[in-house]
Design a protein around this ligand. Structure first.
Ligand SMILES: Cc1cc2nc3c(=O)[nH]c(=O)nc-3n(C[C@H](O)[C@H](O)[C@H](O)COP(=O)(O)OP(=O)(O)OC[C@H]3O[C@@H](n4cnc5c(N)ncnc54)[C@H](O)[C@@H]3O)c2cc1C
Length: 440
């Protein structure tokens, strides 16, 4: 079980240092992004308060569970440098904390050759080689459908599995060690600009009426972003929460070794329809995680926990029967299911930016991680912290991470048929200053 840092109140911590208004940065939301941002800011010597609405390490957002994939393979060449920066920071955090959260693995990208996203993924991932003998590799776990030209490519050191909840706990613990105050069960309901004559900065208000003052605020509230920003500043960000399901399937008897992480089984992404991804068997003995990369729209405050994910499970089962029939049992459906949420932007790219309007550069937003942000957590946290403290993301620049709004849309080959509302959203309504929006 991951260890959470001791929760302290802002008052107790700040009284040791002075008044509440002495805070440099308030981070709102303690998922992976907020926890990494709090760690990065406190590592710079900033006085940091990290506020979380629910219990620390809760299961109601997007950062819980035992596994997330890290992969260098991306259809857009702008992401791999960010993954490389994140990998370096994951290693640093592991070394600093003594935790182990990253299990390296090869990364396999496969699917029909006609998939433009797959072909550019293969091109963009360093060290990727086509797998000519897919039917023999990994004990014959994968079988390419006969009907149309499939391609498979592996990068031996390009993948890996992150222990998600433990990783969040690691960054919270490191932030607390550096002096950040981590406080849970504290819902932020308001952020307002403080007039320059009163010292400037921002005032953050909680649902219990407490107010905290700080020079800067970082908002990392995941699926709640649109709601909070609309009420705080009237900004209407088109970030749509999706109800997604993590599914673990039974490995057929005798095939467990073939799919095990320590046998070199890869993390994998299968492009096309359905877009399916999976991780080596690791966290639940005898089971393997194979998921569908989407889900129906949801309201994060009114989730239907009984929502039927039968259709999604059937899609994945059909894929397994076609591609991994000898190794994975679909009889009876997935053995373990866990609810989660994606926060989708219309083009699956991140929103990392200053809030603008009356807040100028005093409020930084990190949101819309569109189901692929976890691996980037330490890089995103560093970017957010540097934007808050310095006004620019120097570490990312130095690492060759290109931040900017390319204005391109529809670059993804992921089918959106289960999320029709996404395509109806008007991305052009985004009123954040756009120079640091990342687009793939
Ligand atoms: C099923 C699933 C599989 C995924 N697989 C991968 C993967 O393999 N690889 C990968 O890189 N990514 C993956 N992702 C995506 C990744 O997990 C997310 O991008 C990432 O966790 C988002 O983190 P976050 O901090 O933005 O959001 P969250 O983790 O949701 O954190 C936001 C926090 O803000 C808090 N909050 C909300 N409102 C308030 C408020 N008003 N006041 C205070 N606190 C508030 C919430 O309670 C929450 O704790 C997956 C996601 C899911 C759901």
């Amino acid at each position: 079980m991951a260890t959470a840092p001791t929760t302290a109140t802002a008052t107790s911590a700040s009284s040791a240092r002075g008044h509440r208004s002495d805070l440099d940065v308030i981070v709102v939301g303690a998922g992976i992004m907020g926890s990494c941002a709090a760690h990065a800011a406190s590592s710079r010597g900033a006085r940091v308060l990290l506020l979380e609405r629910f219990d620390l390490l809760h299961h109601l957002g997007s950062s819980h569970g035992a596994s997330r994939t890290i992969r260098d393979a991306y259809p857009n060449a702008r992401y791999p440098p960010m993954v490389r920066l994140a990998r370096r920071l994951w290693r640093d955090a592991e070394a600093e904390s003594g935790y182990r959260v990253l299990t390296p693995a090869p990364q396999l990208s496969l699917g029909p050759r006609r998939s433009a996203a797959l072909m550019s993924t293969i091109k963009n991932a360093a060290g990727t080689e086509e797998v000519a003998d897919l039917a023999q590799r990994w004990g014959g776990a994968f079988r390419a459908p006969r009907d149309d030209g499939w391609v498979a490519a592996v990068s031996e050191r390009g993948g890996g599995v992150l222990n998600a909840t433990k990783a969040v706990a690691m960054f919270q613990a490191l932030a607390a060690k550096k002096g950040a105050v981590v406080r849970d069960n504290t819902e932020v309901v308001g952020i307002r600009k403080r007039p320059a004559g009163e010292g400037g900065g921002v005032v953050v208000r909680t649902s219990s009426g407490e107010e905290f003052r700080a020079a800067k605020c970082v908002v990392t509230v995941g699926a709640w972003t649109s709601k909070l920003l609309r009420s705080v500043s009237g900004v209407d960000l088109p970030i749509q929460p999706l109800h997604t399901t993590v599914m673990y399937w039974r490995i057929k008897p005798g095939k467990e070794r073939d799919l095990a992480a320590d046998s070199g089984f890869p993390t994998f992404s299968c492009y096309g329809d359905p877009h399916v991804y999976g991780t080596p068997a690791l966290e639940l003995p005898g089971l393997v995680k194979i998921n569908y990369d989407s889900g129906p729209p949801c309201d994060p405050d009114r989730r239907d926990w009984a929502a039927s994910d039968a259709e999604v499970a059937q899609r994945v089962a059909r894929w397994i029967e076609e591609v991994m029939p000898d190794h994975v049992d679909t009889e009876g459906g997935p053995v373990v299911r866990q609810a989660c949420m994606y926060s989708m932007t219309p083009d699956k790219d991140f929103v990392i930016d200053f809030l603008g309007r009356e807040f100028g550069e005093d409020v930084v937003v990190g949101a819309g991680f569109s189901g692929h942000g976890f691996k980037m957590g330490p890089a995103v946290g560093t970017i957010l912290a540097e934007m808050a403290i310095d006004g620019k993301a120097k570490t990312a620049e130095e690492a060759g991470v290109e931040l900017g709004h390319s204005g391109s849309t529809g670059s993804t080959a992921i089918p959106w048929e289960t999320t029709p509302r996404i395509t109806e959203l008007d991305w052009g309504r985004v009123v954040l200053s756009s120079h640091l929006l990342i687009q793939s």
